[in-house]
Unconditional design. Structure first.
Length: 53
C-alpha cells in the first residue's frame, strides 16, 4: 500500500534569486522577487490534485 504524501512548499534563495520548492519534487522558476516565488508555491498547492479531505 502506498500512502500519498502531502505537499509542503518552501522558498529558498540562490544568489539574488528565489525559488519555490515542494516536497513532491516540483521546483518553480528562479525569480528575483521573493513574493513571486511565494505566489508560485501557492499556485502549485492550489492546482495540485489530491490531499483534499
Amino acid at each position: 500500500m502506498h500512502a500519498q504524501a502531502s505537499h509542503h512548499t518552501t522558498t529558498t534563495e540562490r544568489g539574488s534569486f528565489a525559488l519555490a520548492r515542494c516536497s513532491c519534487g516540483w521546483t518553480g522558476p528562479a525569480r528575483r522577487s521573493r513574493d513571486r516565488a511565494r505566489t508560485d508555491a501557492a499556485d502549485h498547492l492550489r492546482t495540485t490534485p489530491g490531499d483534499e479531505i
